[in-house]
Design a protein around this ligand. Structure first.
Ligand code: HMG
Length: 388
């Protein structure tokens, strides 16, 4: 049976910092960011936005089309959890008006967990083909100020409807996995920013790609030449370029540098101006590929490399469906991105340092987001969200 992504939509905050501004304040050459890591802007969440509001915003266009009743399970992937116990997806369930018979669960393994959610969603649909599973990945990437990771911050959420006979991308069942207990990037429960061994993390990312690919080759008949395009986990776009060159080297692919670049270029546009969105980033990359590639991708095979620090990695594949273009939300996404406001360095600092109350005292949060959902207050340690 054919199972996969039936529809896909993403959301990012209305605010961004141009990395030139960051570079000027730091006395760094902006080209280190623009060229060196391949990033231009980074998305900054408004004070009344978090993974819940971004997730609801991302999923709204899908729910508007299929209706809340169609969803049997909501899987929420994040590493920016707002509660150790309650799944963030339960708030989203109410905001989107899903039925009380819909199950909700939160998944975690750094940037990888959305891929686990998709694979599990495909298995659920294969068992009950009349059901649809909503997979949402939502994250805010935060590093300490004045660290190498700072320029790779970002925020975003992506929502995907997983169904039988999907209209966008059919996901193949063969996967290659790689897991290793390493400390390349982590965030203990008591910290709001991640700790990272930056250079080491890039080495582990590349090692995991090699291992996951080799495992994939043991279970799948597909070879490097069978893939027209590739989507990589995107902590910053240069990482995907390095990864793709490595994969081509491993496979002794006889492609020129330009041909290799063409296989990934269209997947990078959105991430370059949003930044890292952790669990969402590879799937925003997929959206970028589908919405920006001039050539008709129908029938084309896409290779996916999903990586989550710590680490778990997976290589899998998908095939683009005939007529996929008519189900994309290209115009909505481009309007959203065009409407964003640039912030100054001081405004960026204010967004970065916005109050994060932990004492249970009432905290009313000003209305700043231009999205359809917002966090209004935190009272007695309870977060209150509304639809606007
Ligand atoms: P850094 O060490 O400050 O940067 O930060 P650098 O000195 O290595 O420079 C970066 C590149 O810019 C280099 O290119 C320089 O040559 C170039 P490369 O040698 O790599 O090809 N450069 C310039 N280019 C043009 N003009 C210039 C110029 N100056 C320098 N003037 C680092 C890099 C990755 C360490 C940092 O960004 C970082 O710590 N990032 C966070 C960690 C990260 O993103 N790791 C990626 C792999 S792990 C992962 O993907 C998982 C993750 O998403 C989390 C999760 O799973 O949950 C992070």
């Amino acid at each position: 049976m054919s199972v996969g992504i039936d529809e896909i939509s993403f959301y990012t905050s209305n605010y961004f910092l141009d990395l030139r501004t960051l570079a000027e304040v730091q006395g760094t050459d902006p080209e280190k960011y623009y060229q060196g890591i391949g990033q231009i802007k980074m998305g900054m969440a408004a004070p009344d936005e978090d993974v819940v509001t971004m997730a609801a915003n991302a999923a709204l266009p899908l729910i508007e089309r299929v209706g809340g009743d169609a969803i049997s399970t909501l899987m929420f992937a994040t590493e920016t959890g707002i509660d150790q116990s309650k799944a963030a997806g339960v708030y989203v369930h109410r905001l989107l008006g899903l039925t009380s018979n819909c199950r909700v669960v939160e998944m975690k393994q750094a940037c990888y967990s959305a891929t686990a959610a998709i694979q599990m969603a495909c298995a659920l649909v294969a068992r009950q083909p009349e059901k649809k599973v909503l997979v949402i990945a939502s994250d805010i990437a935060r590093y300490e100020l004045d660290t190498p990771g700072e320029a790779t911050q970002g925020c975003g959420a992506v929502a995907m409807l997983i169904s039988a006979n999907p209209r966008i991308v059919e996901i193949a069942p063969e996967v290659g996995n790689y897991t290793e207990d390493v400390m390349d990037f982590w965030r203990p429960n008591y910290r709001s920013t991640a700790l990272v061994d930056g250079k080491y993390s890039t080495k582990i990312y590349l090692r995991s790609l090699k291992q996951a690919w080799e495992n994939f080759r043991q279970v799948s008949a597909a070879s490097f030449e069978d893939f027209g395009h590739f989507c990589y986990h995107l902590p910053f776009s240069k990482m995907a370029q390095k990864a793709h060159q490595q994969l081509a080297r491993i496979n002794k692919a006889g492609l020129s540098a330009e041909q290799l670049e063409e296989q990934i270029l269209d997947s990078l546009y959105y991430n370059k101006i949003i930044g890292n969105s952790y669990t969402a980033s590879m799937y925003i990359g997929l959206t970028s590929l589908l919405e920006n590639c001039r050539q008709n991708l129908a029938g084309s095979k896409i290779g996916f490399f999903s990586y989550g620090s710590g680490c778990v990695a997976e290589f899998f594949s998908g095939t683009v469906m005939e007529g996929y273009q008519q189900y994309l939300h290209t115009e909505r996404h481009s309007k959203m991105l065009e409407a964003r406001s640039e912030v100054s360095y001081d405004e960026y600092l204010a967004l970065y340092k916005h109050p994060d109350p932990r004492d249970g005292e009432r905290c009313d949060i000003p209305h700043v987001t231009t999205g359809r959902y917002r966090l209004v207050s935190i009272v007695d340690h309870k977060r209150e969200y509304i639809a606007l």
